[in-house]
Design a protein around this ligand. Structure first.
Ligand code: FAD
Length: 378
């Protein structure tokens, strides 16, 4: 069989792209080295933040608006609950990257938000203890996504629309043949006209000729037991980002039944994706309990706070922290989408949609100009 498009990697990006390709009538084969959703890449750990007043750059906001619409569409089609709006608090000094950037995006795109003083944050959300020089930007529409369920829903719908989904079948190598490509997997040889590489942390090794400037890092997630009454409960506690030092962030989620989930958002230690271990060191746990003591006195009665579980995941970072989405410089029908520097999940529903159209029309998507490879080549 000659496929129209082969999608390599079926995590956040690949599952969404596979679905959108099938919606446009393409014959799609998707393959993954594991069986998504799994906990060996970048898309596991129960929850992902979604927010619209994007501190990273206002250029992301139109895509985010598409993403919100498309997540809601996925919920309707799958019948599953995938997105929970909890409100979102951005916390930091008034001149911090987080507060200034979120404010700029919110004002430019008229995104509903309010600015709260340190005292207002602490009286509205008693779980927090903030230094006097911090303020909050509260974004009503922010919330969380359930990543494993999102991926499973996209894959299920893609399969039902005719996509062939091959799991536990890594791509071993690929080559150009005629107007298309031949892909060698661990079990078969596939022919296709176009390829989308959505292989996350493994992208650099699939495209070694591009010498992509990507750094894969190890990122730890922590869940801590919560007290009763629970100020981290859904309805009383929002998703948050907190900039505690220049470009150093904590972020967290309301308790989903397994405790208060918190993590650092900054590139962790370099990680070989084939050697990812789920074990977490005592010194890492101690560092996180120190953050808890500093910003979350509600856990103080149990201090040292009781850890209920951890997980380890990977970021694929570009040098400027923005995404890398482009065509292969030599082969225009080979697309690359994945290195999302630790903030890509929320965009998967929009990127899948936009890219499916671009791939099938053989033309670049103007919405994605900001993410092209050339900017990293200077
Ligand atoms: C701890 C953590 C927290 C995060 N928090 C947020 C957040 O709150 N909000 C947010 O928006 N984003 C967040 N992100 C980022 C977001 O989760 C990622 O950008 C996104 O999930 C990456 O999706 P992906 O499809 O690129 O990678 P993945 O979902 O990892 O998918 C890549 C797939 O490719 C497969 N693959 C690799 N090599 C091959 C091969 N040779 N053949 C076949 N298949 C292959 C892998 O098995 C994998 O399934 C977070 C990331 C981490 C790690």
């Amino acid at each position: 069989m000659n496929w129209d498009v082969a999608v390599i990697g079926l995590g956040a990006m690949g599952s969404a792209i596979s679905y959108y390709l099938t919606q446009q009538g393409a014959r799609v084969v998707g393959l993954d080295r594991f069986a998504p959703p799994h906990n060996l890449g970048s898309s596991h750990g129960q929850t992902r933040v979604i927010r619209e007043a994007y501190f990273e750059h206002p250029a992301y906001v139109p895509l985010l608006q598409t993403a919100y619409r498309n997540w809601e569409k996925l919920e309707a089609e799958s019948g599953d609950s995938l997105l929970l709006q909890t409100g979102g608090l951005m916390l930091g000094k008034p001149d911090s990257t987080l507060i200034q950037g979120s404010r700029e995006s919110a004002e430019r795109y008229s995104i509903a938000h309010e600015i709260l003083s340190q005292q207002e944050v602490m009286s509205r959300y008693p779980a927090f203890s903030l230094p006097a020089d911090m303020i909050g930007l509260n974004e009503q529409r922010a919330g969380l996504l359930y990543p494993e369920k999102c991926i499973a829903s996209y894959l299920d719908l893609a399969r039902r629309a005719g996509a062939e989904i091959l799991t536990n079948q890594p791509l071993l190598n690929w080559q150009r043949e005629g107007s298309g490509f031949v892909l060698q997997t661990s079990e078969s040889s596939l022919r296709c006209e176009k390829v989308v590489i959505a292989s996350g942390a493994w992208t650099g090794s699939i495209l070694p000729e591009l010498a992509l400037p990507l750094q894969v890092t190890r990122q730890v997630l922590y869940w801590f037991e919560t007290p009763k009454p629970n100020p981290f409960a859904i309805g009383q506690f929002p998703i948050f980002l907190l900039e505690y030092g220049p470009d150093e962030f904590l972020y967290g989620f309301p308790d989903q039944g397994e405790g208060f989930k918190i993590a650092q958002h900054l590139p962790g230690r370099p990680q070989d994706p084939d050697q990812l271990s789920q074990s977490v060191e005592p010194a890492e746990i101690e560092q996180m309990t120190e953050f808890l003591a500093r910003f979350f006195p509600a856990l103080g009665s149990k201090y040292p706070a009781k850890l209920s579980k951890t997980a380890v995941c990977m970021y694929t970072n570009t040098p400027d922290g923005h995404f890398l989405i482009d065509r292969h410089p030599e082969y225009e029908s080979l697309w690359l989408v994945s290195p999302c520097s630790g903030h890509g999940f929320k965009f998967a529903s929009a990127l899948g949609d936009v890219l499916a159209s671009a791939v099938l029309a053989d033309r670049p998507a103007p919405e994605l100009d900001f993410f092209r490879l050339a900017r990293l080549r200077v």
